[in-house]
Design a protein. Structure first.
Lengths: 373, 248
């Protein structure tokens, strides 16, 4: 192995990378845009629920219900209507998220000790948001029921109560930001390492420069090192930038070990570099390589648990996710950052990442050698 | 064919098959040190396959041979270190400057950095690219780029220089300069192995081998080949000989 040869290969790669102006936006903007989008824009947090109200009861009881909702900061009663048609119209136009209909017999039924119905209409087009909104409504109504019980019967119940004291661990305020941002670190690393590694090899083939390299005494593994080292360095720099942004800008906690996190990223890089090299052996042009890269990134993003829980996927697809390195790095990063756990908990992910990385990289290198002859 | 220590290249019964297809059919020839050797053949004649075997890129199916004293089966890496190669297609980095290309190939050929300064100025001087050493190669005229490619192939002071159709698409004047330069290199003891489509160029060669459908059909000096191939034609030239030999 010639250190000189690898050094010059790496130097040449850097010169070409930074000389091509088209690369600059990808190198600088891609990580920034990713983290800003997932830090600010993609958000499952519900801060306000718009409510349309229809009260045909107009009693103390219905007034209590309305007051309880308007006193809750989560709810904004944006419209009070008299006509059920008008409420439908508001939901249809997306002006409100929830409609609450109180019928004329509410007070009568409650006072008689019967169960009174309130109709809750919810816009279900964004299903998971709706589920959360409805559960907020239910919580409020639950509290109201207890209040009615106390007020009406005015008795201190001798029976004890269960008081659920909720403590959400690892992400106490349930910020979706804390769920997404750690994954961005890995995503940016994956994007850069995959794309640039495959492109760098294809560029030599497309430009005919590979032909000249083959007649030199350079060994295939030296070429592979020359093509991967620059992008390992760049990926690691990107990782540091994104991590700093995540921690200082988005206030992501680091509860676990940074060296362990660094180790995980390095293991992850073995897989992505391997896939990058592999893509370079199956593509003839840079466009093909780019298309193949995105064709690969899309499913590995969706089937990773980054946004959608793996447990909700069909079983066969769940098996597929075991082949996805992104799946493991996500568990590791979230574990390290949010839970502060170490190898004692994460060793299965580290093992899987190592095995997967070595397998993919070896296969890619073998194929790379074969294509070179 | 007689082989002596004065041979830069010698091959015997060299064969290359791709599956059932015989690309090169047991060819035997030798190239003397310091000579300009022409290797002619039509497209698909097995010319490129032979060159690729000699350069250590392809492993022959059978036969034997040495290039620069190294065995083509067992020592392809040593062969690669002892030869320079320039293809018809410009295959240096167009987004690098001549200087950066030179520096890159010095590294690739593992030339000791203590020699770099001397080699760089030697090559820039020889190729007359000193004034444009920091321009992008992409911006240089084709003849200049050709000179740069040749310069880069000589950086590690190879014993043998392989030129695969080096002058296709180059204007006659530049070709003339190119051949002057090639003769100069040969006079310094570098063996030149060249393929070309231009028969007037082939006359620059001291000896020629013609290959057709994987087999050698003629060998010798240009004059010998002409008289062999066209014994009955008056004033026959190498073009006539080539056409006659490739027809069969």
């Amino acid at each position: 192995m010639s250190f000189l040869r690898i050094r010059e290969l790496v130097r040449k790669e850097f010169i070409q990378l930074f000389r091509d102006k088209r690369n600059r936006p990808i190198l600088i903007m891609a990580p920034l845009i990713q983290i800003l989008i997932f830090g600010y824009v993609v958000n499952f947090d519900i801060t306000s629920i718009r409510v349309a109200l229809l009260d045909h009861s107009r009693t103390v009881e219905s007034r209590t219900i309305i007051d309880t909702f308007s006193a809750n900061r989560m709810f904004q009663i944006t419209n009070v209507v008299d006509d059920p048609k008008a409420m439908e119209e508001l939901l249809l136009r997306g002006k409100v998220d929830i409609g609450i209909k109180i019928g004329p017999d509410l007070a009568r039924k409650i006072r008689r000790g019967e169960t009174a119905e309130i109709q809750i209409l919810a816009d279900g087009t964004v299903s998971n948001m709706t589920a959360i909104r409805v559960s907020y409504v239910m919580t409020v109504l639950e509290r109201l029921n207890r209040q009615f019980l106390r007020d009406i019967y005015s008795v201190q119940m001798t029976y004890g109560r269960i008081d659920a004291r909720l403590r959400t661990w690892y992400n106490p305020n349930l910020y979706s930001r804390h769920f997404f941002v750690p994954g961005i670190v890995a995503f940016v690393v994956m994007l850069i390492s995959l794309l640039f590694t495959s492109m760098a090899v294809i560029k030599e083939k497309e430009g005919g420069t590979m032909e000249q390299l083959i007649v030199t005494p350079m060994k295939p593994y030296e070429l592979i090192m020359g093509k991967t080292i620059p992008y390992i360095i760049i990926s690691l720099i990107q990782m540091v930038i994104v991590t700093i942004l995540a921690v200082y800008w988005f206030e992501l906690p680091i509860r676990g070990s940074l060296p362990l996190f660094f180790l995980a990223i390095c293991l992850f890089l073995i897989s992505t570099m391997g896939i990058g090299l592999f893509i370079s052996t199956i593509s003839a042009t840079q466009q093909q390589a780019m298309m193949t890269t995105f064709f690969f990134i899309q499913p590995s993003f969706l089937l990773s648990g980054f946004v959608f829980p793996i447990a909700n996927m069909p079983v066969v697809v769940q098996w597929l996710t075991y082949l996805n390195p992104f799946r493991y790095i996500l568990v590791i990063i979230r574990g390290i950052f949010l839970k502060g756990v170490g190898l004692d908990v994460l060793w299965p992910q580290y093992t899987a990442l190592t095995i997967l990385g070595l397998a993919v990289f070896t296969a890619a290198v073998l194929r790379f050698h074969k294509r070179l002859d | 064919m007689q082989s002596t220590n004065n041979d830069a290249i010698q091959v015997q019964d060299l064969e290359k098959r791709f599956g059932k297809f015989v690309a090169v059919n047991k060819v035997t020839f030798s190239v003397r040190k310091g000579e300009i050797f022409g290797f002619l053949g039509s497209n698909g004649s097995g010319k490129s396959t032979t060159i690729r075997m000699l350069c250590g890129i392809l492993t022959p199916t059978s036969g034997q041979g040495t290039v620069a004293g190294y065995d083509i089966f067992r020592q392809p890496e040593e062969i690669k270190q002892s030869i320079g190669y320039m293809s018809q297609k410009f295959s240096l980095y167009e987004d690098l400057s001549p200087f950066e290309n030179i520096r890159f190939y010095l590294g690739i050929y593992n030339v000791s950095p203590t020699l770099w300064a001397e080699r760089i100025s030697w090559v820039l001087d020889m190729t007359q690219l000193g004034d444009v050493r920091d321009r992008l190669t992409r911006e240089l005229p084709q003849g200049w780029r050709q000179r740069l490619a040749l310069g880069c192939a000589l950086l590690h002071k190879p014993d043998i220089l392989f030129l695969d159709e080096p002058t296709s698409g180059v204007d006659p004047l530049t070709r003339q300069h190119f051949w002057d330069f090639i003769r100069q290199l040969a006079s310094q003891g570098i063996t030149i192995f060249v393929t070309t489509h231009y028969m007037d160029e082939a006359r620059h060669c001291e000896r020629i081998v013609m290959i057709n459908q994987g087999s050698i059909v003629a060998a010798g000096s240009p004059d010998e080949i002409i008289s062999q191939a066209c014994p009955d034609t008056q004033n026959a030239d190498l073009n006539d000989a080539f056409i006659t030999l490739m027809k069969n």
